[in-house]
Design a protein around this ligand. Structure first.
Ligand SMILES: C[S@@+](CC[C@H](N)C(=O)[O-])C[C@H]1O[C@@H](n2cnc3c(N)ncnc32)[C@H](O)[C@@H]1O
Length: 345
């Protein structure tokens, strides 16, 4: 693990003027220095990646209690770590912004400078008028590096899963904290769809550390032609492969994952295929610390009966650890997650 810490002291300036130091002041500095060292040691040894809800720090979010958290990528470059979760502080801050601006919810109807359109209307407008200004003539298409289909531009694919797109962030925060995700971690998603969840992992992880196997072509078009470019995440070069038969050969034989997850996927797949997937993935999960998370239900297992299910998992070197729920930040909803680990090397 490559985590580095350095002390951050906002507003500290150096001065060249001479300073007279008295003995009590020296003793006090020594005391404070020892306390700081003790504090730093405690912070580092407790490996504090996650952000405390009780934290009252209003400093930049990559700073925890005065300590800047860094990670190192594969090339040894130092990057500040993005927080894994929304803190109580963040929530209080945004509530204050809403309050101080005197904001209330209103109907979204035509008003000065605002012309609300449904996705269908927006797509129709786009096809008919292409917006207010656009290039005409023979070379008009040369002006766009990655021409994107209109359906994707109006984000029709954000409504593909019957629940708010924003739920993807909740899933990320839950999984990321569960495995103490680091930028160096390696993650495989089975059935990433249009990256509702995956985008958050891609943004957080080092380039090429997010992998996905997805069978749906339209979803993959949305991923490559809209989501990654529009989020400025092409440079992260996630390895996303089209496939429906649990063939993970294209992901390389060397890589082992810190997290393998399937969000709302295994319930749509025949049990037999799920087991094929688990058989192939068991050896690709990091022993002991690596985790497999499956959402909604594990009927592929329970349909075998409890004893048989445990035996089958055990034969793959896997064990069921427990069931979890996590709440949503934005809507009244929770999801069920089933956690597994590899119990032998
Ligand atoms: C309900 S969507 C969930 C998408 C994404 N995981 C999410 O939470 O937003 C289920 C996804 O699983 C994919 N899928 C279903 N069977 C699959 C298979 N055998 N291999 C890979 N992907 C599959 C579907 O194409 C779809 O994108």
């Amino acid at each position: 693990m490559a985590l580095l810490f350095s002390h951050y002291s906002p507003g500290t300036t150096s001065s060249n003027k001479g300073i007279v130091v008295t003995l009590p002041a020296l003793a006090l500095s020594a005391l404070l220095g020892t306390a700081l060292l003790f504090f730093l040691f405690f912070t580092i040894s407790s490996n504090s990646y996650s952000y405390s809800y009780s934290s009252s720090c209003s400093c930049p979010s990559s700073i925890q209690n005065g300590v800047v958290v860094y990670s190192e990528d594969d090339n040894g470059n130092r990057n500040t770590v993005t927080p894994l979760r929304t803190t109580r502080d963040d929530v209080d801050w945004v509530k204050r912004q809403i309050h101080e601006n005197g904001l209330h919810m209103h109907d979204n109807v035509l008003r000065k400078g605002i012309n609300p359109r449904t996705r269908a209307q927006q797509l129709d407008d786009f096809r008919q008028y292409k917006g207010i200004s656009h290039y005409e003539g023979a070379d008009s298409n040369n002006r766009t590096a990655l021409p994107c289909p209109g359906e994707l531009l109006v984000e029709e694919h954000h409504s593909n899963y019957g629940e708010p797109w924003a739920g993807g962030r909740d899933v990320f925060e839950f999984l990321a904290q569960s495995v103490k995700l680091r930028p160096e971690s390696r993650v495989l998603e089975i059935g990433c769809g249009t990256l509702r969840v995956g985008l958050h992992f891609i943004r957080y992880l080092n380039p090429a550390h997010y992998h996905c196997l997805e069978r749906d072509e339209l979803s993959l078009m949305a991923v490559f032609r809209y989501e990654l470019p529009s989020q400025g995440l092409l440079y992260k070069k996630p390895l996303i492969v089209k496939g429906d038969d649990m063939d993970f050969n294209k992901f390389g034989s060397e890589v082992t994952y810190d997290l393998i997850y399937a969000s709302a996927v295994f319930l749509h797949i025949p049990d037999k295929l799920v087991w094929v997937g688990l058989e192939r993935l068991a050896s690709r999960l990091k022993p002991y610390d690596g985790r497999i998370f499956v959402s909604h239900n594990i009927k592929f297992c329970s349909r075998l009966g409890g004893v048989e299910c445990s035996k089958r998992l055990m034969s793959l070197g896997l064990e069921y650890i427990g069931t979890h729920t996590h709440d949503s930040l934005l809507f009244n909803h929770y999801e069920l997650w089933f956690e597994f680990r590899r119990f032998k090397a």
